[in-house]
Design a protein around this ligand. Sequence first.
Ligand code: ATP
Length: 478
Amino acid sequence: MSDLFEKIVSLSKRRGFIFQSSEIYGGLSATYDYGPLGVELKRNVTQRWWNSMVYQHQNISGLDAAILMHPTTWKASGHVDAFNDPLIDDKTSKMRYRADQLIEGHIDRLRRKGKDEEADRVYQGLVDALNAEDSAKALYDVIMSEEIRSPDSGMFDWTEVRHFNLMFDTTIGPVSNPDNKIYLRPETAQGIFVNFHNVRETGRHQVPFGIAQIGKAFRNEIVARQFIFRMREFEQMEMQYFVQPGTQMEAFEQWREERMNWHLSNGIRASKLRWHEHEKLAHYADAAQDIQYEFPIGWQEVEGIHSRTDFDLKAHQEHSGKKMEYFDPRSNEKYIPYVVETSVGLDRTVLTLLCEAYREEEVGGDTRTLMKFHPKLAPITVGILPLVKKDGMPELAHKIEDRLKDQMNTFYDEKGAVGRRYRRMDEIGTPYCVTVDGESVEEGTVTVRERDTMQQERIPVDNLLGYLVERIADWKVS
Ligand code: ATP
């Protein structure tokens, strides 16, 4: 793990953003709990996503489907047969890897050494292997021919590549037998597909329209050593957009643009985001691109935009015997709609924000650590700090807090020197602090201190809410 990544993991724990799950028992790998600040950050992200998808588009409705679904769902979707990752073991260290990621890591190393031609050749080998009929064997052959060594032990002592299904299963009801096997959903999308007609009819939608959902998904990931980047239990924010066949590329382009703009609107610098085309299209897709962010662990996917054709609805029609067709009154034809999907990880978005926000600055010979969150995403918007715990200052501070609380998340803190309190607020990314002093009690003015510039301004208490709302709206990433 890079130094920067370690600092972010450590700050997340120290300040109550994210904890290892079941920590007192030694933890459970690749599962995490969100602490008091993390849960606020996460809620703000979901709210922004919901707002941009559901409230900003009249033709998109929300849904909250169950995690447990009829097992035939996963047969129809292809997950039972094909939701596999290729795994390979280092016999010396007993460490397990994803074969495709091992090759990707090798390509990255070649590029870092300036060996672009070689990297291009290996990349082509990876693409061919992923598309090969026996992809496990083909990936194994690439690892052998390129003599790719284990990143941890440095050995070249591999097992064969095997496919491993990522779905968690369990049994429903009191009797445990194979007929009662069900799965924890590995994606939220299928809950949307099986509710296609329910939402369309009750929402009185006509194609094109979308269904949006936020919820948990579970994947028994082979390699899960990167904090909340790859978890076994995580949350997705997905939207399936149903369109007339033949118009899917137009919708694909529209959603590509809208989704990139969403990440930018969260205060992510444009230089840290890029598009990545899939090396191998999933069995259901006719186009797929990812939005990648430059994490301290390298460029990695945050969101996928996929054109899924009519694969899913058609498959559910076949397996359920229920018609998934739509009669289009405008074209007077019946068809199974095509689907463009936007699928973003909630936890990965949170990780993006943590990585993007983390800054260290030299101030007067000291290092100031700050989290430069967008004010609309910051767990706490305003810290309210009475200078001392007497002379009417706490009372006025509480009054101000009451006035702001409805509009923004506030935090009252009267403990310790005010400079230390500012630093604490910087470290958790609070964009504004309001300091209440003697003058505030006498003249009704307060000091507003900005996290990013550390500048302070004196504002009449009566104008405070309007002032803050304006500053939040004007905030720009720097
Ligand atoms: P990857 O290639 O990283 O395994 P994927 O292509 O399988 O991801 P999708 O199935 O397209 O991912 O899922 C959509 C989004 O869900 C991803 O862009 C990511 O943000 C999130 N996601 C997927 N798997 C995980 C995971 N194990 N932990 C956290 N988020 C995940």
